[in-house]
Design a protein around this ligand. Structure first.
Ligand SMILES: [Zn+2]
Length: 410
C-alpha cells in the first residue's frame, strides 16, 4: 500500500494560511512538490514528505513581493544586493524601480537578475542618460531628449518576463526644467506596450527656482497622464508637491484618480510620514501596494548604514496605523502580482502556482516605529519573516536588513 501514498517534497504543517487571492484565512497544511503548490488542506490525505516543517502559530502567505527596490549593485552606488533585501528579508520577488535604462539593462540582467536567488523584475527608467549613468546623476537624467521610445519598446518585447513597467519621475525638479515632456513620452510608451507607469511623487531633484511649479498643482498635472493600472509612488510623502501636500482634505484629483483605477504605492523610502498616512487613511485612502524603496546612501558609495526601514517594517507600521492584517498581506502579494501581470504564478498559493511562500510570525508586544521624519509610533504587533520557500526550496532568511523591526522600545 505504501507505494500508493502521495509523496511531497515539503509539507508545511498546521499553519495560519492567509491568501487573499483565494480568500483563504485559516488553519491549513500546505504541500509542495516539484517547486509548485501541490495541495492546501486542513487534513492532507495520507502521504509521505521528504521534509515536514511544523509552522504552528505562524502565518503562511504567498511569497512577498517588494514592488520598489534598488538592486543594481555595482553600477549604481546606492544599489543593494538583491538577495540581502529579497529572500534574506522574507521576500521572494523584488522589483527594481529605475536603476537601469535601456543602455544598462543587459548588465542588470546578467549581473543581478540571472545571479540572484530572489525573483528580480525591472521597471527601467524611461529617461536614463546615454552614458548609461543612473542614480544620482543630477538633472541630466531628467531630459525628455534622453527617452528612446523605440529602444524601450524593443527591450520590453525582448524581455517580457523581466520588464514589467516603466519608471518615471513626476516632481518639482524635473517639471521646473522639462515641464511634462518626460511624462508625455512615458504615456506613449505605456500605451504602446500595455505596461504600467510607476510615477515617483515628491520633490527629489534640484529645482530651477525661476520655474518652480505650484506644489499643489504637481500631482494634478501628473494625473492627466496616468491611466487605470498606473501607480503613484510615495503616496504618504511629506513633500509639499506630494499627493497630500499641506492639505487637510485629500484633493479631489487624487480621489478621482483612485476611483478610475490609478493605484497607490507606499514606497516607504525617505519621505514616508505617519501624519500624512493617518490623515489620508482616515479619509479612506489606503495603499493598494506596500513597497519599501530600500536603497543605500545616494552620496557615499555602497553605504547601507542609513537604511533603517524594510518591507516587513513598512507593513507593521501601516498595521499600527490601522490597516488590517489581510489587507496588508494583499498589498504585498496579490496586488503587486497583478501589477506585474504575474498573478497566475506569484502572489498566490493556488494549486499549481510556483511555490514561493513567506512564513511570518505575528509578534505581540510593545514596539516603537519611526517614520522618515523621526516621528514615533507605538505598535502592539509586528511581522517578522521566519522562513521563505523559493521555487520549492526552504530557506531561513538572515534578516540582516530588518533594522526597523529589530529595534527595542525606548
Ligand atoms: Zn526609489
Amino acid at each position: 500500500m505504501d507505494t500508493l501514498l502521495k509523496v511531497y517534497d515539503l509539507v508545511l504543517k498546521n499553519g495560519w494560511v492567509i491568501d487573499p487571492s483565494q480568500s483563504l484565512n485559516g488553519r491549513f497544511d500546505v504541500a509542495i512538490d516539484n517547486g509548485r503548490i501541490a495541495a492546501i488542506s486542513n487534513r492532507l490525505p495520507p502521504h509521505r514528505a521528504k521534509q515536514t516543517v511544523a509552522v504552528n502559530n505562524l502565518i503562511i502567505c504567498p511569497g512577498l513581493i517588494d514592488l520598489h527596490t534598488h538592486v543594481y549593485r555595482g553600477t549604481t552606488i546606492f544599489g543593494l544586493n538583491a538577495d540581502d533585501i529579497g529572500i534574506n528579508a522574507g521576500i521572494t520577488t523584488v522589483v527594481d524601480q529605475g536603476s537601469c535604462g535601456y543602455l544598462t539593462f543587459q548588465g542588470f540582467k546578467s549581473n543581478v537578475v540571472d545571479k540572484a536567488q530572489t525573483d528580480v523584475r525591472s521597471f527601467p527608467l524611461v529617461n536614463q542618460g546615454p552614458d548609461g549613468k543612473s542614480g544620482n546623476a543630477g538633472v541630466g537624467i531628467q531630459s525628455p531628449e534622453l527617452v528612446d521610445k523605440e529602444a524601450l519598446i524593443e527591450l520590453a518585447e525582448k524581455y517580457p518576463k523581466i520588464v514589467r513597467g516603466f519608471k518615471v519621475h513626476g516632481e518639482s525638479g524635473s517639471i521646473s526644467r522639462w515641464g511634462m515632456g518626460v511624462l508625455k513620452l512615458a504615456r506613449e510608451l505605456g500605451d504602446k506596450t500595455g505596461l504600467p507607469l510607476y510615477v515617483h511623487t515628491g520633490e527629489l531633484f534640484r529645482v530651477d527656482e525661476d520655474f518652480r511649479p505650484n506644489p499643489e498643482d504637481v500631482v494634478e498635472k501628473l494625473l492627466s497622464y496616468m491611466k487605470s493600472g498606473d501607480l503613484l509612488a510615495h503616496c504618504y510623502s511629506s513633500k509639499p508637491d506630494g499627493l497630500m501636500g499641506t492639505a487637510t482634505k485629500v484633493p479631489d484629483s487624487v480621489m478621482e484618480a483612485v476611483q478610475r483605477g490609478v493605484l497607490l504605492d507606499l514606497g516607504h523610502g525617505l519621505n514616508f510620514s505617519f501624519e500624512i498616512a493617518d490623515r489620508m487613511m482616515s479619509q479612506g485612502v489606503l495603499p493598494d501596494v506596500i513597497s519599501s524603496d530600500v536603497h543605500g546612501d545616494f552620496e557615499t558609495p555602497y553605504n547601507d548604514s542609513f537604511l533603517k526601514y524594510s518591507l516587513c517594517g513598512a507593513i507593521s507600521k501601516l498595521m499600527a496605523l490601522g490597516l488590517d492584517l489581510v489587507s496588508a498581506i494583499a498589498s504585498v502579494t496579490i496586488n503587486p502580482a497583478r501589477v506585474l501581470k504575474a498573478e497566475a504564478e506569484i502572489g498566490t498559493l493556488q494549486i499549481g502556482s510556483r511555490a514561493d511562500i513567506t512564513i511570518l510570525e505575528l509578534l505581540q508586544g510593545d514596539w516603537l516605529f519611526h517614520d522618515s521624519q523621526g516621528k514615533q509610533l507605538g505598535a502592539k504587533q509586528k511581522l517578522m519573516p521566519v522562513w521563505v520557500v523559493r521555487a520549492g526550496q526552504l530557506i531561513q532568511p538572515n534578516c540582516h536588513f530588518l533594522r526597523d523591526l529589530n529595534e527595542k522600545v525606548g
